[in-house]
Design a protein around this ligand. Structure first.
Ligand SMILES: CC(C)(COP(=O)(O)OP(=O)(O)OC[C@H]1O[C@@H](n2cnc3c(N)ncnc32)[C@H](O)[C@@H]1OP(=O)(O)O)[C@@H](O)C(=O)NCCC(=O)NCCSC(=O)c1cc(O)c2ccccc2c1O
Length: 284
């Protein structure tokens, strides 16, 4: 049976209100988070990251949401990384100008949150995905790019580096040689080059970026949510070490809780009796 593909746009509805981002729902299972700082090519400051994290938590908890899209406002940039105007000597500052303000690197927490989120996260990239903004698209599960997209790392040019996902995940996706080229030369790559490297899943004309992204999201929405969740976790299980295994193990527990065998343990405890596990098979 061939399922008709929907190429419709969405009537986005604001689902929560923030200062630096927009958080919207499509009404059919898609949440969209938009970085709204186009005057700085959607660079993030600490508040931006705290807001994205909060929106992701809501999208995770909301059972009506199956897929999350992360994007930037306007055609010029997905995200240009950390806002250099609030970069202090110890990290990015929540209250720049305050004497003794302590810097933070919230984006590293956000990268982990995206990877651990049990729903697919799709980066929808128009224009620049640069620096920490490039790493944000890397940690998303899929990337749909507009034909004007440009990708690159700038760390060694601006006095920074990302030895975590920014280096390791990039190398896994495009190979060590090319990943080193990204970091050691700080050049930019266009959408066609990114596609050829396996850095993005699809390139489309800018005008079709959202409808194409929505079509991919809707394809996933037709699939088993639990199988999608387990598939995403499977990709990270080995790479993320014990925390990756912990996530898969948690999913196994989630499924185990629904069995009569697990329920017997719970019910026996509540009834203050010995559990009777004898009727459950010792599977080979
Ligand atoms: C992104 C660009 C390539 C775009 O170039 P373009 O020529 O199109 O535009 P302009 O350069 O004229 O920019 C327009 C306007 O925006 C301002 N702006 C752009 N990017 C930023 C930014 N990141 N921070 C602050 N402001 C920005 C720019 O100044 C202009 O303003 P005007 O007032 O002059 O109009 C190009 O802009 C560019 O290369 N931008 C800088 C990119 C950058 O340095 N990013 C930070 C890299 S470091 C980083 O992101 C990072 C963050 C973390 O939290 C980390 C945590 C842990 C490890 C590593 C981290 C990390 O590396």
């Amino acid at each position: 049976m061939r399922i008709e593909e929907s190429r419709e746009s969405a009537e986005w509805c604001a689902a929560r209100s923030y200062v630096d981002i927009r958080y919207e729902h499509s009404g059919d299972g898609i949440a969209k988070i938009t970085l709204c700082r186009p005057e700085v090519r959607n660079a993030f400051r600490p508040q931006t990251l705290v807001e994205i994290s909060d929106a992701l938590t809501h999208a995770r908890e909301d059972e009506s949401v199956g897929v999350i899209v992360l994007t930037g406002e306007g055609p010029d940039a997905f995200c240009s990384g950390g806002d250099q105007r609030v970069r202090g000597d110890t990290g990015y500052l929540t209250e720049p100008g305050e004497p003794g303000a302590v810097g933070r690197f919230h984006v590293t927490d956000l990268q982990v949150q995206i990877r651990r989120l049990p729903k697919p996260v799709v980066a929808m990239v128009a224009g620049y995905a640069i620096g920490g903004g490039h790493v944000l698209h890397l940690v998303c599960d899929l990337t749909i790019a507009a034909d004007n997209a440009r990708f690159g790392q700038v760390g060694p040019k601006v006095g920074s580096f990302d030895g975590g996902f920014g280096a390791g995940l990039l190398a896994q996706q495009i190979g060590q040689r090319k990943a080193k080229e990204f970091w050691l030369l700080c050049e930019q790559y266009d959408a066609g080059e990114a596609l050829a490297m396996g850095l993005v899943n699809k390139v489309v004309p800018l005008a079709e970026l959202e409808t194409e992204t929505l079509a991919w999201c809707r394809r996933m929405l037709r699939l088993s949510p639990m199988a999608l969740r387990l598939s995403k976790a499977s990709f990270h299980a080995a790479e993320d070490g014990l925390t990756g295994i912990q996530q898969l193990a948690h999913d196994a527990n989630l499924l185990f809780y629904a069995t009569d065998e697990a329920k017997e343990g719970r019910e026996a405890f509540k009834a203050k009796r010995q559990p009777d596990f004898a009727r459950f098979p010792r599977r080979s």
